[in-house]
Each structure stands twice: as C-alpha cells, then as structure tokens.
Write a protein that binds this ligand. Structure first.
Ligand code: PHE
Length: 337
C-alpha cells in the first residue's frame, strides 16, 4: 500500500503539472479527490489493513491528499493569473481613463444656496410648505378674502376641491405662524404659480424666496437693514436702495424695493427687486383665531415680511436673456454654470 500511494502521488502531480486549462484541471481533481476518486478509494481500502499498519498508512494518505490538493490549488491560481495577463495583453495601463462628464447644480439652486447662507448668518431658519395650498393659507389668512381684487392679479390653477397652486411663498408665513410662537425668523424658498402668458420673462411656475421676522419691537428699520445687508452681500457693497411705497393686502405699510448696482447692469437706473412690508395686524388676528390663542397679539409683537423672485435675480445676475432657459433642461445652457 505504501508503494501504491507513493506512485499515486507521483502520477497525480505529473498529471496536474501537464494540465493547460481549467476544465481539464477540474477533471483531474475529480479523478483524485472526487467521491469515487482514487484517493477516496485508497482510504476505503485502508479499512481492511491490519491494525498496526493503519496509523502509518493513514498519515501517508493524508500527506498525499494534501500534496495533491495543494498542487491543484496552485495550478488553478496559475491558470487564472495567465488568463488575466492574456486579457490585459496590449492594454496600456498608463493611458488616461475616459472622462465622465460631471454635472453641476442648477443656476437657480446655486443662487438659492447663496441666499440661504446669507440669511443663515442673520439667524433665519429654513421653512417649508406645500405647493398645493388651501385658499386659507394662500389668501384668506393673508387678508385677501375671496372678493379682494388682489386675487385677480394672482390667478392660478384651482383644483376641484378648492385647493390651488400657491401664487406666492407667503403661504409659508401662515403655515409657520400656525405652528410656532414668536420670535419667528424664517426664510422660505420655493415654487410659486400664476396664470401668466409664457414669454421671455414669464413662466407659469417660478421661484420665490419669502422672509418673515416676528418679535417684540420689530420695526421698518429692521426690515430695511435686513434687506440692505442681504442684497449688499449678494450683489456688492456699492448697491443703492429705494423703498417705494406700495400695496400688499398682508403688509402695512408696504414697499417695493428698487436697486441700483453695476452687478445687475443697472448702475444708472432703478430695478424693482422685492416686495416687503410690516405684517398687517389682520394677519396676526387670523393666525390667532386659527391657533385659538393670542400668541401673535398685535399689541405685543410686530413683524416684517418680504418676498422676491429668484428667477429674475438669476437672469439679471447671469445675463440670461430668457427665463425659459431655466426649465428647458438644455445641457448647453446648464453646463455654463
Ligand atoms: N407675496 C408677494 C408677491 O408675491 C411679495 C411679498 C411678500 C410682499 C411678503 C410683501 C411681503 O408679490
């Protein structure tokens, strides 16, 4: 038996050394190590050996099994390495790879991020509300009842159930004050919708940024200071401002903000850039009624609100001649930012 095991080892190793592909290697493995293979047969034959021979033959058998299986593994690894080498033959690993085009943030998103950063520094938190609004949040709570003429100027899409696409982000003022008590200091960027004819400066959907600050002793001076600081950070220190009296149902007094600055290409003429004002007491009372408390008592707190269009600002800042570029999804346009 010793003799035949030694022979088995020699022939097996020779056979393995001569194999040139994986399939034949597998055949050799089965031939020796398989269930009905030669080594299994030898270990079967061992059972009929005299007792005193068993330890010696057993040890030898294990050695042979180990040698054969080690040689099989080594041969397999060698075959794989060879296949790899063949696959990469002719490939120059030092050549540069194929570049994947890298995307960038949408120009409106970039401007919005910058605006948020500036307001953050003044302690404004981000607030959010739904695009599909109730008439209450978009109009009634903002002192704009159903028969108010301001509703004509802000016509929008009405769903059958009375909900509508919000015409301004001012609805987020209402949503915020329903939930938290003063002091409130938020900005709310987001989409707004109006029934506008689409042209180079109008889309039925555009982007606004709303701001609201309610606390004790908030004044028009705070409003002016906040907006002037914001627009100077965004557009340059030399920007000039004009707060022109205006009307919004939900602020009193109300203003439109005009800016003169070379950053907007308007060094010698005023550009209208935002609407703002002091929150009308009627808005606070609508909120109190809704809340069922006096958290926004107009005798105790005052506040300012403002809103401006990001599309318009982005158009002027980046010299974009047509607002429709922002929604066309044209790579040639977007890749420039
Ligand atoms: N919501 C107004 C608009 O869309 C802007 C505004 C916001 C005015 C807040 C005053 C206060 O025109």
């Amino acid at each position: 038996m010793d003799q035949s095991l030694e022979e088995l080892r020699v022939t097996a190793l020779a056979q393995i050394a001569g194999v040139g592909d994986e399939a034949s290697l597998e055949a050799v493995r089965v031939q020796y190590l398989g269930r009905a293979g030669k080594i299994s047969a030898a270990s079967e034959a061992m059972k009929s050996l005299p007792k005193e021979d068993k330890p010696r033959i057993g040890k030898l058998l294990n050695e042979v099994r180990g040698a054969v299986s080690g040689a099989l593994d080594a041969a397999k690894a060698a075959l794989l390495a060879k296949a790899d080498q063949a696959a990469f033959a002719g490939v120059d690993g030092s050549l540069p790879g194929t570049g994947l085009p890298q995307g960038s943030l949408h120009p409106l998103t970039q401007l919005q991020e910058r605006a948020i950063q500036i307001f953050r520094r003044m302690g404004f938190a981000l607030a959010d509300g739904p695009d599909i609004e109730t008439e209450f949040h978009c109009f009634d709570a903002l002192n704009t009842p159903a028969d108010h003429p301001a509703r004509n100027e802000q016509d929008t899409f009405y769903f059958g159930d009375g909900r509508l696409l919000r015409t301004h982000t001012s609805s987020v003022q209402v949503r915020t004050m329903e939930k938290v008590a003063p002091p409130v200091r938020i900005i709310a960027p987001g989409a707004a919708y109006r029934r506008d004819e689409i042209d180079a400066t109008h889309l039925a959907q555009f982007t606004q940024m709303e701001g609201l600050y309610v606390d004790e002793n908030v004044s028009v001076a705070d409003l002016k200071g906040t907006l002037e600081f914001f627009f100077r950070e965004l557009l340059g220190k030399d920007a000039q401002f004009r707060f022109r009296p205006h009307f919004f149902p939900f602020t009193e007094p109300s203003y439109e903000v005009d800016i003169k600055t070379s950053a907007l290409g308007s060094a010698d003429r005023w550009l209208e850039i935002a609407g703002c004002g002091m929150v009308d007491p009627a808005v606070f009372e609508a909120i109190n009624t809704r809340r069922g408390d006096r958290a926004f008592d107009p005798e105790k707190v005052t506040g300012f609100a403002f809103g401006f269009g990001l599309d318009r600002l982005a158009m002027i800042l980046s010299r974009v001649p047509d607002i429709r570029y922002f929604t066309d999804n044209d790579q040639r346009f977007l890749a420039q930012f």
